[in-house]
Design a protein around this ligand. Structure first.
Ligand SMILES: [Zn+2]
Length: 108
């Protein structure tokens, strides 16, 4: 299942100088794997704007919108999918350890 999103943000704060800019240049597409819905894998295709800093004193010329509430940096999975995978991995590894320990005790 694929869901397409497009940002409606009109302005952005430059991460270098903190100045506000409304000058957007191009787009950047990000694809993220998210938690499954109705047992189907879910992919989010997000079209983000790239902005240009309007301050002549700023060294940063172009930056893209942040979606830190959804995913970190250049991650390919959403943060909530990562969290779920970590919980599952910890649960299964704990069950394996418990199972191995019970087999170990029975064989002694
Ligand atoms: Zn700037």
């Amino acid at each position: 299942m694929l869901i397409n999103f497009e940002s409606k943000r009109k302005t952005m704060i430059c991460p270098s100088c903190g100045g506000e800019t409304s000058k957007h240049t191009t787009y950047l597409n990000r694809t993220l794997q998210d938690l499954s819905i109705i047992d189907k894998a879910l992919t989010l295709n997000i079209r983000l704007k790239k902005f240009s800093c309007e301050s002549s004193d700023c060294s940063r010329k172009v930056f893209s919108e942040s979606i830190s509430e959804l995913a970190k940096g250049k991650a390919r999975r959403t943060s909530r999918l990562n969290d779920m995978m970590i919980k599952l991995a910890m649960t299964y590894s704990a069950e394996v350890v418990t199972f191995r320990n019970s087999k170990y005790k029975k064989s002694r």
